[in-house]
Design a binder for this molecule. Structure first.
Ligand SMILES: Cc1cc2nc3c(=O)[nH]c(=O)nc-3n(C[C@H](O)[C@H](O)[C@H](O)COP(=O)(O)O)c2cc1C
Length: 260
């Protein structure tokens, strides 16, 4: 059983590939969050594995994934293999140790943790933008090979640390920047929609925290944003911006990628 969270499709794709290769079922954390985490009880069969696939957010685990894990109840759990795959634009810092602690609190040991580099989606900070077409293609090509390698390690039950990319200064990134991100990037937000908005309502439908409401069809954001960036990247007409900082930046969604 593979639980996945995804804002812009990368982790969903990785989770689907793994589920296909490993013969595991898929559970969307996004759907569960939208139902208010009222359906977090799952029955495990004897021979399945437990997997978590999600994007790295500021060198840590997205707060929504931590929230889901807190509510998770796995019936029939008896030392099943537990693995995680973190997707990231570059590197993951010590995301693995944050996840390990969260799972341990639920009595689940994290047996294996891997990373897969995917096209970058973080665009709300100066100098951060989506990848060029070349970088995007290269990452996706490498990702396919990496997923095959990871699947093999999962089947063999090997914890191969070389398939986890923590990057440089992981301590600084995870222990200092991640807590600041969690504090500052959640809650009230600078997202707004321009007059390009067609009032299609997609942003409202996909927001995992139900933070987007509409007035006469025009979206407005409440105080429960976690900066997953699903809204800004999914908007089909590029009508959403974060303050002014994203005006000249690209947008990315796995399904609508340039090379898709
Ligand atoms: C809020 C936020 C923070 C991010 N932080 C990191 C990071 O610390 N390191 C990194 O390599 N990529 C980072 N990224 C990029 C994503 O992890 C990456 O693009 C991921 O594959 C997106 O997955 P998704 O499409 O399933 O949401 C961040 C993206 C967002 C939206």
């Amino acid at each position: 059983m593979i639980f996945y969270f995804s804002a812009t499709g990368n982790s969903k794709w990785v989770a689907s590939q793994l589920a296909f290769i490993l013969g595991e079922s898929l559970v969307s954390i996004n759907d569960s969050l939208k139902k208010g985490l009222t359906d977090c009880q799952y029955q495990l069969s004897e021979d399945e594995r437990i997997g978590f696939v999600f994007p790295v957010h500021s060198w840590g685990v997205p707060t929504l994934v931590l929230k889901f894990i807190k509510h998770l109840e796995l019936q029939g759990y008896e030392n099943h293999q537990v693995f995680a795959v973190c997707t990231c634009g570059d590197d993951a810092g010590y995301t693995n140790s944050i996840l390990k602690k969260a799972l341990e609190r639920k009595g689940l040991p994290l047996d294996q943790c891997f990373t897969v580099q995917m096209p970058n989606t973080y665009i709300v900070f100066p100098f951060f933008d989506v990848d060029s077409q070349e970088v995007e293609s290269e990452k996706l090509e490498n990702a396919q090979l990496r997923i095959k390698k990871i699947s093999k390690e999962i089947v063999d039950g090997i914890n191969n640390k070389s398939l986890y990319h923590k990057g440089v200064l992981p301590f600084l990134k995870t222990r200092l920047i991640y807590p600041i991100f969690k504090k500052c990037a959640t809650g009230k937000t600078k997202f707004h929609a321009s007059n390009r908005c067609t009032r299609c309502g997609l942003c409202k439908d996909i927001c995992p925290t139900l933070n987007i409401k509409t007035s006469n069809g025009m979206p407005y954001w409440g105080n429960n944003c976690v900066q997953c960036l699903a809204c800004i990247h999914n908007c089909p007409v590029k009508a959403i911006d974060y303050g002014e900082i994203t005006v000249k930046k690209g947008r990315y969604h796995f399904k609508r990628r340039k090379n898709g």
